[in-house]
Each structure stands twice: as C-alpha cells, then as structure tokens.
Design a protein around this ligand. Structure first.
Ligand SMILES: *Cc1c(COP(=O)(O)O)cnc(C)c1O
Length: 360
C-alpha cells in the first residue's frame, strides 16, 4: 500500500528555532500570565495582520465565547449551519439560541437575504463564518445588521492572510475571532484571537480573558481563563516567520489541483470578488451525495484521507432545537469533500489523488 496521505498536517518550523525561544523561557521562568512572548506575538500579529487591537487567547472557541459576552448579546443569534461545530456549540454554551439562515450556493457563506428573513424581535447578533477563508458578503451583512441594530461577529478561523477590499478580513464586524489551532494555516499549537478596532471593547476583552483581574486584588466584571502561554506564543513567533512561505505553498498546491482536476465535473467555491484568498482548504462539490461517498471510499482504499467538512449541518446537532430549513446548506454539506492540503504535500501526491478522483 502506498504512503498514507492525511487530509491535513500541522506546519512545524525548524526545531532549533523553537528551542532557542524555549531556552529564554527557562531562563526567565515566566510561563504564562501575559508574559513577554505573548506580548511580543500580539504585537507581531497586530503588525502582520494590520489590525488595530488583537488579544491572544487559549483557543478559537473561547474567542467566540468571550466575543459574545463582551458584546452583551441576548436572545437569538443568527448563524450559519455550514461551519465547524464550535460556531454553534459556543452559542449554546453561552445560553443563546442559534437561529440558522441559509447559505449562498456558490460562496457557501451566509446569504444576507436569508439572514433578514430569520430576524425576530429577539435577535441580537449575527455570527457569520468566512467559510474556508472566503470573505462573506460583508456589505450585505452590514446592511441587515444596521437595519435591525444587530452586532456582527465574524468567525474568521480560516482567514489568516485573507484580505477584502484591500483591508485585512479581521477588520470587519464588531469583533472578528480566529483560531490558531495546530491544523490551521497559522498556528500556536492551541490558540486563538479576538480582533476589534474599538479600544473600550478591547479593554473589556482583555479583562474577560484574565478572570476580570484589574490589578492584583481588584476585579472588573465576570471573567474566564482565556490566557495563552509562553510556550504557545513561542510556536507562533517562529511560525510567523514562515507564514509567507506557507501561504505561497498553499496557493501553488491549489493551482496544481486546479490543473489536474481541470476536466473533472466538480463545482468549486466561488471566491468573493475584491478579495485575496489564502488557499486555506481545497473543497470540491460533487453532483450527488452518492458520488461524494464513492470518491471518499476510493481515496480511502488508496490510503488517502479526505474530510466531509462541514458535515453534518450544525442545525442537526441534537442539542439544537431551532430547526429552520436551510435547503442550500443541506445540499452543499452532503456533497462536499475537502481534499488533502498541507505544506508538505507534494505534486506527486496531488497527481495521484486527482487520478483516483478521475477514475470516479
Ligand atoms: C477551528 C475552528 C474553530 C475552533 O477553534 P479552536 O481553536 O479549535 O477552538 C471555530 N470555528 C471554525 C470555523 C473553525 O474552523
């Protein structure tokens, strides 16, 4: 049997570079609690992403939870059923009601008209995912939010390096959250961030991620432990040096897939105009669920892993009680496969994968 090809694999930088930062951590014996490497990574990310305020936290799920709390949401939150489970589970965890709106059949992102249909007197916010790093219809969503006085949180977990209208994608919405989990394009092993351009909100987020500590013996507001550590920050600092290489490699590999799959009847995600895409994933949409399962099985027999991502729809989770119908999302979710895509993937791998898909 040929070599196993996973669907994804974390990027690992040269070990010596990480070890040299570890040596500094040992010298300082300062492991967490907003240490020098956490501060340094926050500065470097703020700079690299060209954003106003960025708060590093322990993961992308806690980032979403803190975002909802910081914006004082209540009642219903309109969201997408086509995202990773954390987008909905965090809403439920915070005791809000997720209300699902349907997605656009080509971009796979929330459709603003469907968001508007889902608004009730109880709606307080929209949580939209930029699916696979593809920017949402930001103007459309903003219009609905303004009309009904709703907050906007963007789950930008897939968006490292994505721009829209020349602006970093993280600059849109009241808060954008991200995940720096090991499998993401940029990672700190575990980690995440909240980005906002509002200084007061930024201050509130920083209190919330640290138990509400306002000095040693003073507490302002309810908080949680959302801090990240020096060891995680060190991984981020080293990885950030390689991010342009990582982004370029993803683009190259995606173009290779495009070439190899040129004559195969699959639908690709339509990328939002005026945006620069980060080639985070390589999703393909097949004609039917049966074909999707056949391709998945064929590849698996050749030791190649693909992922039905996102499947099932989040509206099907057993703890979700609102069940508005989202037929487009349902169709897409049943027919989508993400093909292997990671830094060490080779052209031969892509050729092999494409041949197997072609044989159908
Ligand atoms: C990865 C991911 C998350 C969760 O991030 P964690 O850092 O793993 O908690 C949330 N939303 C989306 C869309 C994701 O892909």
């Amino acid at each position: 049997m040929s070599n196993h090809i996973p669907v994804t694999q974390p990027f690992l930088p040269p070990r010596e570079e990480y070890e040299s930062l570890l040596a500094d951590i040992w010298d300082r014996n300062w492991l967490t609690n907003n240490g020098p490497l956490v501060k340094r990574l926050e500065e470097e990310l703020t700079d690299y992403l060209d954003v106003t305020h960025l708060s590093l936290v322990s993961n992308g799920t806690v980032a979403l939870q803190i975002a909802m709390k910081a914006l004082d949401l209540e009642g219903e939150i309109i969201t997408t059923p086509f995202s990773y489970v954390a987008t909905t589970s965090s809403i439920k965890w915070e005791n809000y009601t997720p209300v699902f709106a349907d997605i656009h059949p080509q971009t796979f992102n929330l459709d603003p008209a469907k968001i508007e249909d889902a608004v009730t007197t109880k709606t307080s916010a929209i949580i939209a995912t930029h699916v696979y790093g593809n920017p949402c219809d930001i103007e459309g969503i903003r219009k609905v939010a303004n009309k009904y006085n709703l907050k906007i949180i963007y789950d930008a977990a897939h968006c490292f390096g994505t721009k829209y209208n020349g602006q970093p994608i993280f600059n849109y919405g009241d808060i954008s959250t991200s995940s720096f989990h090991a499998t993401k394009l940029f990672h700190t092993v575990e980690g995440g961030a909240l980005v906002t351009d509002n200084a007061a909100l930024h201050n509130k987020i920083n209190l919330m991620r640290n138990f509400g500590h306002d000095g040693l013996n003073n507490f302002t507001g309810v908080g949680i432990n959302g801090k990240n550590s020096e060891l995680h920050a060190a991984m981020g600092i080293v990885n950030l040096k390689y991010i342009d290489e990582v982004l370029a490699r993803r683009k190259k590999l995606s173009r290779l897939y495009d070439d190899y799959l040129e004559n195969v009847e699959v639908q690709k995600q339509a990328i939002q105009p005026n945006s620069s895409y980060n080639f985070c994933y390589y999703p393909v949409l097949f004609d039917s669920e049966q074909q999707t399962e056949t391709v998945l099985t064929n590849l698996k027999e050749h030791n190649i892993q693909t992922r039905r991502y996102f499947y099932p729809l989040l509206s099907k989770l057993d703890y979700v009680t609102t069940n508005n119908s989202t037929p487009v999302a349902e169709k897409v979710s049943k027919r989508i496969l993400c093909l292997p895509l990671y830094h060490e993937l080779t052209e031969e791998d892509i050729s092999r994968i494409s041949e197997i898909i072609k044989e159908g």
